[in-house]
Design a protein. Sequence first.
Length: 295
Amino acid sequence: MSAEERAQASVDNLLDVLDLDESSARTTEDIFTGRSHPMPTGRIYGGQVLGQSLLAAERTLSSDRAAHSMHGYFLRPGDSTQGVTISVDRIHDGRSFSTRRAQAYQNGVPIFSMIASFQDEAPGLEHAAPMPEGVPAPEDLAPDEMLVDGADPRALRMLADRPVDTRHVEAPIYLAVDGARVPHQAVWMRMRAPLPDDQTLHRAALAYLSDMTIQESILRAHGVHWATPGLKVASLDHAMWWHRPARVDEWLLYVQESPNARGGRGLAAGRIYTRDGILAASVTQEVMVRVPDAG
């Protein structure tokens, strides 16, 4: 299989995961089911349930009302060998805004819980933080999977097979932390193959990739890399705001920083820009980080 065929297959797999089925079962909520990405670790990737839950919520709304914010909690590790059931509660529908609660279940217990808000397009005040200057172009950077010689074969397979092409502006921290120990970094990202022209799908795919690498601003600050023996990292919660339309099959710059770490938890924040400098989304996430012998 050629590189182009592998890239298309990985994106097709993502589209299959995001293609939810609506269940004929009914309670007071709307019920959807979805498939899971196979993962070398056996645990569901958090971005999967972010994207699926958002899409399930949007399926209960008219197409002119788009997601502008979500706040979610990762409650339990998910099993990537099993599918996911998502229930959506239609909490509120107003003249301009709608609110939905979505919960993702496996084996009858919730693994993820989210509340999201949706709004009609409307005029108003506008400003945005500018994209950092002097960032190398993605074409001038090597794909991450080319920079991990000697890594665990599972990690190599995960990098090579995932649908997102990631390119760190600073050296990636898969095997070591080179350079300054600072609580910030930037990563170029895009899907490896084109997606349909559907902004609902692009918003969900943006949520999918928003869980990728954001934890690293915390680890980089302390010289901790992903291969550190005994390292345990788990996303606790995730918040996201969609500001402007963007295509995830075009290059996006994910600018990340960590303002705080304490008590075995770290806080990370990110801004996602289109290549021409438009601020598309903002993200925050709190992460459990346990490092052996950490002070």
